[in-house]
Design a protein around this ligand. Structure first.
Ligand code: G3P
Length: 220
């Protein structure tokens, strides 16, 4: 069983009512396949979606702060209170300082939540693995949203990121992402040693989101 995390980002097709619909699609597909399917949704949609689906729901980001005088911030304990499974950390579109990545990984762990630290290349994947998150997800930024799958266009980045991460921390789980769209892209990622994929546009922006996710996990 591989891991598939669908990041709804701030796409209109993955926000509000459409996010709830897409979450239900993901929940339904997950119930019919062997893969683990999780979703990463907007803060605004998260409390609604966790009540509507059985699959794990992640935040797309958290701030490296505790409770206190931090205007407009959301921390690990807050997303826990609303039923999140965990959070992406340091996504390419929401980069953090090293100290803040470490803070978030440790806060998520202390809260019993899952951390998915995003990285952009092999050295940063090794560095992130050293912080002992649950997952690292390597995503070359130039391929994000391109439809060109990292697992085919840059297989050596996936393969060597897995090796580098495992050399530092044998228990960390490695995902890859950027341009992943088809079942073939997904299988190739698994063949390269990744435990799964983090993806967005291939499903969220698809004309038929249900069909896209079914195809990705090999149901059709
Ligand atoms: O978080 C997933 C992401 O950055 C990859 O995006 O659209 O290339 O699947 P996409």
């Amino acid at each position: 069983m591989g891991v598939v995390i669908v990041n709804f980002k701030a796409y209109r097709e993955g926000f509000g009512k459409r996010a709830v619909e897409l979450a239900k699609i993901a929940d339904n597909v997950a119930s019919r396949c062997d893969e683990y399917i999780g979703i990463a949704v907007s803060f605004l949609d998260l409390p609604v979606i966790v009540k509507e689906v059985g699959i794990d729901v992640y935040a797309q980001h958290i701030d490296a702060v505790d409770f206190g005088s931090h205007t407009g911030r959301i921390n690990a304990e807050m997303i826990k209170e609303y039923g999140a499974k965990g959070s992406l950390v340091n996504h390419s579109e929401r980069r953090l300082k090293l100290a803040d990545i470490e803070y978030n990984v440790s806060k998520l762990k202390n809260a019993g939540l899952t951390s998915v630290v995003c990285t952009n290349n092999i050295p940063t994947t090794a560095a992130a693995a050293a912080l002992n998150p649950d997952f690292v997800a390597v995503e070359p930024p130039e391929l994000i949203g391109s439809g060109i799958p990292v697992s085919k266009a840059e297989p050596e980045i996936v393969e060597n990121s897995v090796k580098a991460a495992k050399a530092v921390n044998s228990s960390v789980r490695v995902l890859c992402g950027a341009g992943i769209t088809t079942h073939e892209d997904y299988i190739k990622a698994l063949e390269l040693g990744a435990e799964g994929v983090l993806l967005a546009s291939g499903v969220v922006k698809a004309e038929d989101q249900k069909r896209a996710l079914e195809e990705l996990v090999g149901l059709i």
